[in-house]
Ligand binder design. Structure first.
Ligand code: ZN
Length: 111
């Protein structure tokens, strides 16, 4: 499958989601390692859109639960992208989405 045009765009968005997931983890869970599980933090929406500035409020426990399964991410309910992911869980303030198999291994450094 060529990594160009429309498909390349989706691949890049999928890769961005993984980077945001890693950023959220380091920012909130490593820096704040002594936080209580019920402490609520603001996480970046992991939709991967270049212009997204949404923040999602989750407890540390909710965040960990959402990411206990590989290829799952938290996104704003308005930022669900059916082309690259499916909804795994619905919450009032956020969705847990799972990357479709074709996009699970997208390499953030590949062009
Ligand atoms: Zn977003």
């Amino acid at each position: 499958m060529p990594n160009t045009g429309e498909d390349g765009r989706w691949t890049r968005q999928a890769a961005n989601e993984r980077l945001i997931r890693e950023f959220n983890y380091e920012k909130n869970l490593v820096d704040g390692a002594d936080g209580r599980p019920d402490e609520e933090l603001l996480f970046y929406c992991a939709c991967g859109r270049g212009d997204c500035d949404r923040r999602l409020c989750l407890s540390i426990a909710e965040y960990r639960e959402a990411h206990a399964t590989p290829h799952r991410f938290i996104v704003d309910p308005d930022h669900f992208t059916p082309h690259i992911e499916r909804i795994a869980e619905r919450h009032p303030a956020y969705l847990v989405v799972e990357k479709l198999p074709a996009y699970q291994g997208a390499d953030p450094t590949a062009e």
